[in-house]
Design a protein around this ligand. Sequence first.
Ligand code: TXA
Ligand code: MG
Length: 350
Amino acid sequence: METKLVRIDENHIDAALIDAAGEVIRAGGLVAFPTETVYGLGGDALNAQSSEKIYRAKGRPSDNPLIVHIADMDALGTVAREVPESARKLAGRFWPGPLTMILPKADIVPRETTGGLDTVAVRMPVHPVARELIRAAGGYVAAPSANRSGRPSPTLAKYVIEDLDGRINMILDSGDVEIGLESTIVDLTTEPPAILRPGYITRRMLEEVLGEVAEDGTMMRDDSGQAPRAPGMKYRHYAPRGELTIVDGTGECVIEYINGRIERHRAEGRKTGVICTDASVGRYRADVCKSAGDRRSEETVARELYRILREFDDENVEVIYAEAFDTDGIGQAIMNRLLKAAGHRIVHVS
Ligand code: TXA
Ligand code: MG
């Protein structure tokens, strides 16, 4: 299949291009598109065959459910069997935006889309290209992140091309994304509601609206022995090809420890890399050092993380050490993704 690459300016959206992309989805095809979190791979959420195509294109296990993207509140009532007060309140505060809610599924949503589950994940993105595309496609777009299964989610169209060229009909390129990590997922089918995947919308923000909110116990700990409630979180996602270890501790100890390890790997003839921040980037003796930005700006770190992981792959780095990040605010999402990428390999030094 030839994949058509279309450039769309999010500030001056070309309606004819969006209509054409919407038509591809209506006809059962797949279109990758930008959202404020990461690029998504869109298909018609109400068409079982479209969802099957998404799984095939990504090489994704079909028990891993897709998020249904909508553009207005009426659509929520169509895909969810019931819309509790909690969902309305969250939508009022955080939609459109980087929040996904799990609700009981309506019959109209095929089980292919929900990976066989009775519940459905729903999100209303804020990115203007995503919103226009959803409308043009008929209002219900199933979209996982637009990466091959097991690779970091794409924060640029060029990464979608790398992973999916020749496997999907079209890619809408609107440049880089704003947030860089996938949406927060909150399960509203339990009492109290529970966060299944941390993201830009934090627990504290959700609790301001809902009162007590729980966290899936597998979010920040090794998940061996306990199945995470978001099926996708059980797969070893975001894994770089190199062996990644997180090093937690105070500044100088971390630098000393990592440099010591690097000497050893160098003697073994292995290519080394470090994920660090602006303040420490000059201090490491690794072959490749990448700063994720200023430690005080977690937004920047979130936006750079997946690009950095992909670049280590491209540069064939064999062993990677990452500084740890605070787990406050969006830092929790950063550490959740890093821990997964590292297979929970973390050392504490002092
Ligand atoms: O920011 C995002 O959410 C991006 C953009 C494209 O919107 N999408 C995204 O989709 O990250 P994906 O498929 O890569 O991740 C969806 C996650 C998976 O971990 C999946 O298991 C979980 O959501 N999920 C989907 N439906 C679910 C359900 N009914 N119950 C529990 N978890 C669900
Ligand atoms: Mg994904």
